[in-house]
Structures are given as C-alpha cells and as structure tokens.
Design a protein. Sequence first.
Length: 362
Amino acid sequence: MSESSPGKLLTLPNAENQALTIRAKALIFHDRKSLALLRHVERVAPSDANVLIIGETGTGKELIARHIHALSGRRGPFIAVNCGAFSENLVEAELFGHEAGAFTGAQQARAGWFEAANGGTLFLDEVGDLPLAIQVKLLRVLQERQVVRLGSRKSTPVDVRLVAATNVDLEKAVAAGHFRLDLYYRLNVAPVMLPALRERATDILPLVDYFIEYYRHRLGIDAPTLSPEAETLLTRYHWPGNIRELENVVHFALIVCQDGIVTPADLRLPGVTGPGAAGAAPTGGDPFASLQVLVCRLLEGGTPALYEQIERLLFTTAFEYCRENQVRTARELGISRNILRTQLKRFGLIGDATPETADAFD
C-alpha cells in the first residue's frame, strides 16, 4: 500500500451489497480542493435550502448528498432516486405516487418518492433527464410543498429537503429548451461544484489505499504493495471515469497482480506499455469478477455498440474454441442449436448453405 494518509472519509452504507460501478462508493477529503468543498458542504447542510450538486459521472455526488442529509438535522429518511432510470410514462407515478386504477397495472394505491421522503431528504440524481412535463409538476411540488398522486384530486402535504445532482450543464440545457429556467433557479439555491478526480490529485492515493483494503478483504488476500511506477501512473492518469473508474482499476489489479506487488501492467490503464501490459490473463480469483471489471471499463469509456461487440466476441470466440463444431459450441454456451445457428449467420461465421454433417463427429 502507499504511505499517504487519508483525510475525512465518506462511504456508502452497505457498500458490499452494491453492484460494481453503480455509483462511487467512497469519497476522501485530503486534497486542498476537497477540503474546501467539505467546508462549503458543511456550511450548506444545516439549512433547508435546495442543493444542486454539479459534477462528472463517478465523482461521488450521492455521497455528498448523504453527508448533507446527515448534517441537516432532519429526522426523516434519505431517499435516492435516479431520474434516468424510469421511462417517461412511469416517472410521474414514481415521484408523486398513484391511486389504484390510475393506469394499466396500478392495482393498488402507492406513495411516491416525495411521500416516502417526508421529513427527510430526497436526492434526485441526473435531474436533467426529467421530461419537461414532469419538470412542471416538480416545480409545483417545490412551490406548494404538496403532492397530488396520479389519478387523485387530493393533495398531500410533504416536508422534503430536495438535493438534486447533474453531470450536464443545466444552463446550456435551459438555452437549448430541454430544461425549465424557473426550475433551475428553484433547484440551484445552494450550488455545490464537485471537482473531477484529476482536479484533486492528492485524493487519489488515499482512495487507492481504501479500495485496496476493501477488496483485499473480499478477495481473501494480503494487502499488496504499490510499486513506485504504479503510484506515479495512478496520480498522473486523467481518470475520465473518476472514482468509479479508480475502484474498478484497483479491484482488477488485486485480481491479477503477482508476488504481492501491483505494477503498471496490472493497472491496465490506457498508454501502459511493457512486459505483461497487455493480454495477460488473471492468475486467480473469480473469472466473472475479472470480466465484470472489464465490461465496466468499456462502459465508462463509452464504447460504441457495446452490446453487439460483446455478443459478436462471445460467439466468435466460442465457435473458434470449439473448432467450428456447432453441436459442441451450442452445448458449451448452454443454448439450442437453432439459436446458435441464427447468431453464427448473423455474424457471418456460417452461410445459409453451410453443411451440418461434420457436426455429427464430436
């Protein structure tokens, strides 16, 4: 491990049950910019002012929101909602609730997230993804402090502190007509600018230490040592995926490192060269964990047509591994022969008239 000493640490509750890279699991205030941010957040937190947290994906916006709630003195719950996770047809019912029969499938009445957060804090992540029609209704709730469930005419008072977050420039979204100016002003009472990880470089190694300790317990291994070259690479890398990317990199490095030392090759960062820097296979641990890390890296890198590329890679690799034997390939993948042939044709691995007799010999 490195010899850096962490400052204040924020972590997600039950982080061990969270899927990898769903959100940043830890935030450390060690860098000068981070410490200034912490002081600002702790000044804002005790008020009832709405907060807008602005920062790139993976920087720890939910952790900041949870810290604001913890210091707010509010006795109600903290409820986190990702506004981009619901379809336009469902987001109104999710936020404001619905009565039985309000829409197809609504067999019983249900409270929305505003009612669930009554007396506490509602965190709306990716608030810029809300449809304009829902933005109007959200503005009304913030103004009137009451909600009307879908399918009802009765209003319900709510006492909710709203903390919203976005990774887009809402002022540009307003100018483009995608976000309401009046709602922007209502949300942006107490703005919090969350710097990217590359802008708070002295937070990096303390975070690395935290994730090493976290994952070495999960993997059942001794804590490895970072080579000086690995430390240098970690602090100089741009980190476009921020803390979430750092977590993935550390997790994968612990899976593949040898002799208790993490080298630059183990980090699998763009631009790494040298022996073992590319193509090395994991030497232990769960191979699906390694695969998960790689998929997350591809997601964070914005790989185009990722689903099709992974699907093509799966079938091409399996078909080659089975020496182009369709019966064996289908058996290894656990799918039917017909499904396999459809996919092989789709990816141009066989033609419509490909003979099947050879598959009788396994």
